[in-house]
Design a protein around this ligand. Structure first.
Ligand SMILES: NC(=O)c1ccc[n+]([C@@H]2O[C@H](COP(=O)([O-])OP(=O)(O)OC[C@H]3O[C@@H](n4cnc5c(N)ncnc54)[C@H](O)[C@@H]3O)[C@@H](O)[C@H]2O)c1
Length: 173
């Protein structure tokens, strides 16, 4: 894969054991500048949550990306918080100018496996992260990369898929 000069963003990337972390390094090795974003403050208020990334891990990943000879951005992010997503879009625009690859990797699989044992707060939080989160990120990043003179909503003949060569949304676990 040859991605020299391309700009990529991966959400939920800071955990060294995670898919997002591995993808970030692979994209950097292919020559892309890579922005990595993750929740670094925890979700302690939601029962059943297992773990999140951390700020030191996110920063350490950015340094690993830079060792591959490309540019890195490390951005704290909560995909349930519209203000955090707006800040992400602004940082990507300021740091990279444009975006070619978006990997909507942030997600959770928390709570008990059986729906009958899951309380509603956990169900709602899971949906907000895994379902609404990618929607919010795509919308904000699309708006951030659109020319100032144009609408940020895609016209039928100008779909996000054509503007972004690759958009990846892992299915929730
Ligand atoms: N590992 C699997 O077998 C599997 C299977 C199916 C789907 N998935 C999905 O693939 C993705 C990556 O899986 P993984 O195993 O590497 O998981 P992981 O837990 O290692 O990574 C998910 C990341 O998402 C981040 N995250 C959680 N909530 C967030 C929020 N509100 N805002 C921003 N970031 C948030 C976490 O901090 C974490 O770093 C996840 O979306 C997961 O649901 C994984």
């Amino acid at each position: 894969m040859e991605l020299t000069g391309k700009k990529a963003l991966i959400t939920g990337a800071s955990k060294p054991t995670g898919i997002g972390y591995a993808l970030a390094l692979k994209l950097a090795e292919a020559g892309a500048d890579v922005a990595v974003a993750d929740l670094v403050t925890g979700l302690e208020n939601v029962s059943g949550y297992v773990s999140t990334g951390s700020n030191p891990e996110l920063e350490a990943l950015a340094r690993e990306i830079e060792k591959r000879g490309v540019k890195a951005l490390a951005v704290p992010l909560d995909v349930t918080d519209p203000a955090s997503i707006t800040a992400l879009a602004e940082k990507v625009k300021a740091g990279f100018g444009s975006l070619d690859v978006l990997v909507n990797n942030a997600g959770v699989g928390f709570g008990p496996a059986l729906v009958v044992s899951m309380d509603e707060q956990v169900w709602r939080k899971t949906l907000d992260i895994n379902l609404n989160g990618p929607f919010r990120v795509v919308r904000a990043l699309f708006c951030a990369r659109a020319p100032a003179s144009s609408t940020c909503l895609p016209a039928p003949a100008k779909s996000p898929a054509r503007l972004w060569p690759l958009i990846v949304c892992p299915r929730p676990g």
